[in-house]
Design a binder for this molecule. Sequence first.
Ligand SMILES: Nc1ncnc2c1ncn2[C@@H]1O[C@H](COP(=O)(O)OP(=O)(O)OP(=O)(O)O)[C@@H](O)[C@H]1O
Ligand SMILES: [Mg+2]
Length: 504
Amino acid sequence: MDEVVAHLRTPYLSDSIPQQMSHQRIRRTAVTKVHEAVKAIALCHNVTPVFEVEGDFDTMTYQASSPDEVALVKWTESVGLTLIHRDLTSMTLRTPVTGATVKYGILQTFPFTSETKRMGIIVKDSNGVITFYMKGADVVMSSIVQYNDWLDEETDNMAREGLRTLVVAKKQLTEDQYRDFEARYSQAKLSTEDRSTKIRAVVESLERDLELLCLTGVEDKLQENVRPTLELLRNAGIKIWMLTGDKLETAICIGKSSKLVSKTQEVFVFKQVYTRMDVHAELNAFRRKNDSALVIRGDTLEVCLSFYEDEFVELACHSPTVIVCRCSPTQKADIVHLIKKHTKKKICAIGDGGNDVSMIQAADTGVGIVGKEGKQASLAADFSINQFSYIGKLVIVHGRNSYKRSAALSQFVMHRGLIITTMQAVFCSIFYLASVELFPGFLMIGYGTVFTMFPVFSLVLDKDVTSTVALTYPELYKELTKGRSLSLKTFFIWVLISLYQGNA
Ligand SMILES: Nc1ncnc2c1ncn2[C@@H]1O[C@H](COP(=O)(O)OP(=O)(O)OP(=O)(O)O)[C@@H](O)[C@H]1O
Ligand SMILES: [Mg+2]
């Protein structure tokens, strides 16, 4: 994923500034507020600048767990506010125009988790002003920030453009407020029972009435050849589901731009449901929409499954594609288990971030993409690739060869063993079950090694079609999904052949 920050929106740049304010006042308010917003983005993150010496030059790179964070810090650098140093207790920013540096002490950090969908930091500037900055997903932040009529509409607008939105807010704390918080926070951290719940409760007590500063949008560019790869997989008879932590609008936009949902296809957005009746009505509405892609939120999915699990899975499996948004990491794994439970299908999970690890491990085959989000996914996976588009070749060519070869080889090895044991058994029974060797010594060893070596080699190197043909006609893959190369039927056929040949 190539990430670029595209937009920053603040309430103060819209035309909602009260008319009665003088022009100069408006400008000053807007400018300070924008300044505040940029400062918040420059401070609220977990990015560390790293200097590397390359020849005569020092080059600076940013390191962080999420590429979105790096993109945001790069954006603040592009507008002049550069992060130049960070350690455990402090952060230094270089300000625009004068180039002076400003140091901030880091008092606390609250790291991002997929469950809380937000992160926070408490910093103290050189004047002793303590500020709590926080950024996160709009669903959680909208109840944390002070009421405003701007946020929902604007996040939806940005998400419809396919941007990954984050809401940034702040709260100024007095020295006393902070001291009180710190005392309760350390107490919670020391508790031996329910520690994480207690810590969460203390942090949540701080997360009230924050001042909304701005909304950021990060463009998550698709990698190369995502569209043809998805097309290829679909033609190969593979059903594709997209499970993402993103917002519904962003997910739909990405689904469309990646051609997961084709232009002509209708999108059925599963409404928020609470009761059995609601679920029933929505499922019926979806049943009537033939051939439309299903888009559902993670929380709605949970409600749905609690009432009509079988019906939902059956309908979803018939839909050409399913997009589940606002999905937590555990939910991604649950969905894999759910499909496994209800269908006999094999599941391949592909992911690139730490939040995909549980899903990758739950699937029959896990594929990790090494990317900007780090290596967690690829370390947990069975196969690790560098680009999404390689999945086409991995499945259609290597998957095909691997399946065909292991099916043929395993059955051949069994056949080889069974022939010789049948012959031995027949031979012994002729001699009144006396234990006499049919092939003594080296003949037997030779049979297991040299004499039957060539069929083994030829099977290992066998290709039924060339890779170009397999990729040009992905439909050929459909035949493999029926599992005809290695089944109980083929097993018995080989057993019968072995018995016949052993006897003959
Ligand atoms: N560093 C961050 N700081 C604050 N909030 C974040 C951060 N990263 C993500 N979020 C918010 O939390 C939500 C969930 O993030 P999560 O990592 O689970 O999924 P995702 O990255 O959006 O999607 P995907 O599953 O496709 O990787 C995001 O949609 C975003 O709104
Ligand atoms: Mg992610």
